[in-house]
Design a binder for this molecule. Structure first.
Ligand SMILES: [Zn+2]
Length: 164
């Protein structure tokens, strides 16, 4: 499912994970319920929240605004709930800036030479950059770790193998 999201401040940590998976996710802090609902309706975003009060609102009970009530405290369990409930895929992972939610742009080595540490420049050949914050991403250890966490999270045995 190609959903877009807006996360409530009580599940803010979901934003980075969903962006990492390539899902357009807004996280605005501070924001009140009215703001969340207005943006969700206007931009057709699924609202993720732990706030049971929002679930009682007419705009939600009538089905106009799609809301997923998050059950768990742990961000990884929260992510698992979202992925399973909405059947998210991982086909576009690492295509969005984790900080800005902007689509990343491929860059040549020459273009980013002055922006990455020399040892990275020496060892990595593929780079992407955020056009807004100008952060450069490459397939280094951080990338590998996140990829591994995602794989662990969605393996059939993930309930037994979750680390940390
Ligand atoms: Zn950015």
């Amino acid at each position: 499912m190609r959903a877009k999201f807006i996360v409530d401040t009580n599940v803010g940590r979901l934003a980075r994970w969903l962006r990492m998976m390539g899902y357009d996710t807004l996280f605005i802090n501070p924001i009140d319920d009215e703001g969340l609902i207005a943006i969700g309706l206007k931009e057709k975003r699924v609202l993720l929240t732990r706030d049971t009060q929002i679930m009682l609102r007419r705009v939600v009970t009538s089905g106009r605004l799609k809301v997923l009530l998050i059950q768990d405290d742990d961000p990884k369990d929260q992510l698992r709930q979202v992925v399973r409930t909405l059947k998210l895929d991982q086909e576009r992972k690492f295509t969005l800036c984790l900080e800005c939610n902007e689509p990343l742009v491929p860059r040549s080595k020459e273009e980013i030479q002055d922006l990455v540490p020399p040892y990275v420049f020496k060892t990595q050949s593929q780079y992407v950059q955020c056009p807004v914050c100008h952060r450069v991403y490459w397939r280094g250890t951080h990338w590998q770790r996140m990829k591994k966490e995602l794989e662990t999270l969605f393996s059939p045995f993930s309930n037994f193998t979750l680390s940390e």
